[in-house]
Write a protein that binds this ligand. Structure first.
Ligand SMILES: Nc1ncnc2c1ncn2[C@@H]1O[C@H](COP(=O)(O)OP(=O)(O)OP(=O)(O)O)[C@@H](O)[C@H]1O
Length: 374
């Protein structure tokens, strides 16, 4: 039995179009309805800031502060979370380049935003992700890394440390400084971090494969087969230490080539996530728009189930315009699956009637002129 993480109070100040807004929630799913531009996605974005990172739009702190507001923004939430009741306050301080994110948990300044993951996990699906299968590999890598991060907060640190070591190596090569001791020190770091990142990504795919295969057989949402390619594809069950040695050797052998290219040509930053429609056995990018959306929904729901299973706490789900292009039957099936996850889901739409199949399972909140009314 998983515990249900619920947000039961939310207060925003100078966040996007909200000068000041407050919302009390009763623990059911939350359906936000209102006209275009009312502030539905902005409210979900505020909830996404209850997790580490840049929120569901990957926005800068300066962008989310309300235009014309004198200072930064703030978000306050009361949450029945993974360690019981908690009060979370987050926002931005400072101006221009010096703007920083602050976070208080139960009134005490947190050392790192990663502390948020002790209390709740927030996952999302937005229309901006619709082009995931046809867009650049970087988007799929970021998508996969977010999946990994939700279970392994150290993954973000590994990725940024890898980036830093790679930038230093690229700089040395660009300057023609082929100092073997210095380069191999950096390459050793890159190998340790890059292989750890790759193994964490592969582990996530393995865990998801276990879930999607089983549960989606009788579902409206097709199951996907997932694979990582583009870096260390063929390593099988080789011990990590040996893979690190191989990657180090690749880097050492590729120094002149990388210097010529002006970047590092081998590494986890070149990997891609391959997604196939399992039943049809074709690449996701060659599926119809509707099929791609269904694959994505299936993937995000499988991930939510994985997080619930692994942590014992159902995550908060943010599903922006999820019901828009589905027929009535598929909408009802989707709501049942969301409900079965056992967590609190926030959903948006312009038309309340699209959510009628949720019935009493949801609390309806109307968003109008930057005012929220439950
Ligand atoms: N930093 C900001 N300060 C003030 N207003 C902003 C800021 N950023 C965005 N907005 C405004 O917030 C409004 C609401 O945007 P939001 O994306 O939440 O709408 P929505 O209700 O989800 O609409 P839709 O149904 O069209 O998706 C927009 O009109 C936008 O211009």
């Amino acid at each position: 039995m998983t515990h249900k993480t619920t947000i039961h109070r939310l207060k925003l100040a100078d966040f996007r179009n909200y000068a000041a807004a407050s919302l009390s929630l009763d623990g059911r799913h939350v359906v936000l309805t209102g006209e275009n531009g009312a502030g539905k996605t902005n409210l979900m974005e505020a909830v996404s800031f209850l997790s580490p990172g840049r929120g569901l739009r990957r926005a800068s702190l300066a962008d989310v502060a309300r235009v014309g507001a004198p200072g930064g923004f703030s978000i306050f939430a009361e949450v029945d979370g993974m360690e019981g009741e908690v009060e979370i306050g987050t926002g931005s301080d400072g101006e221009g380049e010096a703007v920083v994110r602050r976070l208080r948990i139960n009134g005490t300044a947190a050392k790192s935003v990663d502390e948020l993951t002790d209390h709740l996990r927030v996952l999302w699906l937005t229309p901006a992700m619709d082009g995931l299968f046809t867009g650049p590999a970087a988007d799929r890598r970021r998508f996969l890394d977010r999946l990994v991060l939700s279970l392994d907060p150290a993954h973000g640190r590994r990725a940024s440390d890898f980036e830093r070591a790679m930038r230093s190596r690229n700089k040395l090569l660009a300057e023609g400084r082929f100092d073997p001791a210095w380069l191999s020190g950096l390459e050793r770091q890159m190998a340790g971090l890059g292989v750890a990142m790759t193994l964490a990504r592969k582990e996530m795919l393995g865990l998801l494969a276990g879930l999607t295969g089983r549960a989606d057989a009788a579902s409206t949402f097709p199951s996907a087969t997932l694979a990582l390619c583009g870096f260390l594809d063929e390593e099988g069950d080789v011990p990590a230490i040996e893979i690190e040695d191989r990657y180090m050797a690749m880097l050492a052998a590729g120094r002149y080539r990388d210097a010529g290219a002006g970047r590092t040509l081998d590494g986890p930053h070149r990997a891609d996530l391959l997604v196939r429609h399992a039943d049809k056995d074709i690449e996701a990018e060659r599926c119809s728009t509707g099929e791609q959306k269904a694959l994505l929904v299936g993937l995000v729901l499988a991930h939510a189930r994985l997080v619930a299973t692994m942590t014992g706490h159902a995550p908060v789900l943010l599903l922006d315009e999820i019901a828009a292009h589905l027929d009535e039957g598929r909408r009802a099936a989707l709501f049942d699956r969301i409900d079965a996850l056992g967590g609190q889901a926030f959903m948006t739409g312009t038309d309340k009637s699209m959510f009628s199949a949720l019935g009493e399972r949801a609390q309806f909140v109307s968003v109008h002129g930057s005012v929220l009314s439950a």
